[in-house]
Ligand binder design. Sequence first.
Ligand code: GAR
Length: 192
Amino acid sequence: MSHPLRLVVLVSGSGTNLQAVLDAASSGAPFEVVAVGADRDGTGGVDRAAAAGVPTFVCKVADFDSRADWDLALARLVGDHTPDVVVSAGFMKVLGAAVLEAVPVLNTHPALLPSFPGTHGVRDALRHGVRVTGCTCHWVDAGVDTGPIVDQRAVRVEPGDTVETLHERIKVQERTMLVEVLSALATDRSWR
Ligand code: GAR
């Protein structure tokens, strides 16, 4: 039997997707979170990791002379934990070549790609007036939310929805999707 899938999770915010992954891992899912990284101080995600006893690191763009230097430093920090997969779970930075060439990166996005890529997927879908939106798990390539789709879940837009109410319902689906995708990737390693 193969070892549990080793995950480094990257976060920028509250980390509820990370929490779902941590909870699943501690309940016997076939993966483990070996480290959590953030691009800023004070994220809920890093606090959640610390509470779970998972090593953390912070790598801020502002601490480097160039974006390429940041990318190299991030690749080193990630590589120290020898992950099988990096999970971008609410990580609000575009990853560069150093990380992407070193390890497969899975991203979760709060819209049904290829519609509404970018930082404001929920807001943009709501503004457009779609009746159904959702979330997407995809491999990351050099583009913004353009890589191969692994799974998606649909969420209806309800009358009176705000960005916040809609995003909360999307995140309920997103957390389940992410855990199921990671379990499937851990079970069938033919993607490697
Ligand atoms: C998630 O909905 C994720 O899809 C989104 O940030 C949220 C993070 O929530 N990511 C993006 O919008 C990336 N473009 P969390 O911190 O509670 O897991």
